[in-house]
Design a protein around this ligand. Structure first.
Ligand code: THU
Length: 166
């Protein structure tokens, strides 16, 4: 029996080190957290997708009293992009999050955000992968945290041994 190792090369940097266009994308994801509807988890997530022509399409998580009926920010953004701009290639996605669970009164908006990035759930990885596969080129994933950002080269790199076809 052989042992196989899965390796993912990712980049880590501070927000200020990102190129200007990526800072703009992260800022769009950060702003989008304000539109999150999260009365149950109080976890507010924003996602912003850059299309191949530079257009930015955003989404935030939308919860529901019947919890499985809610949806994550990443899928809101990618389904919105698919519906508004059918067939257009995604080039990047940025994701940002904060929780209002332990937020002290009067805390400045910039300090809300998680210090370390959050990573998309399995269902969102699978949904995003479909757009990456259709586009035929890697979609860079930028995970924003106040202290550090992680940059994944593609959605597939977040989902090894992914299911793509049948
Ligand atoms: N959530 C997202 O929107 N994206 C993620 O990557 C992880 C989780 C949402 C779902 C739910 O509304 C809340 O965060 C808590 O899980």
């Amino acid at each position: 029996m052989k042992e196989l190792t899965i390796t993912t090369m990712i980049k880590e940097c501070g927000f200020e080190e990102l190129p200007g266009a990526d800072r703009e994308l992260v800022e769009a994801a950060r702003q989008m957290t304000r539109t999150s509807y999260a009365p149950y988890s109080r976890f507010h997530v924003g996602a912003a997708i850059r299309l191949d022509d530079g257009t930015i399409v955003c989404g935030s998580n939308q919860e529901n009293a019947a919890s499985p009926s809610g949806i994550c920010a990443e899928r809101t953004a990618c389904f919105q992009a698919g519906a508004l701009y059918p067939g257009r290639r995604f080039s990047k996605i940025a994701i940002a999050a904060w929780t209002s669970l332990h937020k002290p009164e009067g805390m400045p908006y910039d300090d809300y955000f998680q210090e370390s990035p959050i990573s998309p759930c399995g269902a969102c990885r699978q949904a995003l992968l479909e757009y990456e596969t259709r586009g035929g080129e890697p979609v860079e994933v930028i995970l924003y945290g106040r202290r550090r950002c992680y940059i994944f080269p593609s959605v597939a790199s977040l989902l090894p041994y992914c299911f793509t076809e049948f």
